[in-house]
Design a protein around this ligand. Sequence first.
Ligand SMILES: Nc1ncnc2c1ncn2[C@@H]1O[C@H](COP(=O)(O)OP(=O)(O)O)[C@@H](O)[C@H]1O
Ligand SMILES: [Mg+2]
Length: 226
Amino acid sequence: MESLFQGKSVSLSYIMDDVRVEAIKQLDFEIETGKFTCLAGASGSGKSSLLNLLGFIEPLQQGQIKYRGQLISEFSEIELNRIRRFEIGFVFQSFFLIDVLTAEENVEYFLARQEVPEEKRKLLVRSALEWVGLADHAHKRPGQMSGGQRQRVAIARALAKQPKVILADEPTANLDSKTGSDILQLLVRLCREHGCTVIMASHDHQAINMADRVLRLRDGQLLGEK
Ligand SMILES: Nc1ncnc2c1ncn2[C@@H]1O[C@H](COP(=O)(O)OP(=O)(O)O)[C@@H](O)[C@H]1O
Ligand SMILES: [Mg+2]
């Protein structure tokens, strides 16, 4: 099986008030292409830190990470930006939608910044919103939608860029369990139908049950698999 990410002795620490917090400690990991991987672990175990490393949001401090077989330390800043913008879709716990824009405009906003031509943009936006079941809500603003619908917009926004990877950080944490379960199903379908690799941080047991693979973290270390 091809691996999308491979990590070797990866460590990450933060300095806060002159104190060093080790969030990730000497981690070795492999994340397979096309699979749904869940990073599980209690709050503070390092899930977000690892996702941020994989999304090139957090710079690599120690160790090695390969993305599609290539060391990320060998990518230029421009290449890393391109991968982050075009190949990785992000979904967050608090949605991060723009309040003054409609669902459609939220999905389109990012594509417009990527200079996707207007005709193609409209098509991508429409099919992403249809795919998440929000075709009839395209003109609503986030404030007029439920939490589950907002998260669907965020998933449509990630999907519209036709990414290779979706990084989802506790995407169900602000939702009730039924809505959370619908969102998880959607992420599973995204993986199966669009061939996206989904990497999700969650301590939701439903998420853990649905995942192809579960990597359990504790205090920045891997405890092993499901
Ligand atoms: N920006 C930051 N500055 C300082 N410490 C941080 C920062 N982000 C995370 N941490 C610390 O790193 C550890 C891992 O956090 P995090 O990766 O957010 O875990 P999780 O997502 O599993 O809750 C925790 O001890 C947390 O307090
Ligand atoms: Mg977190």
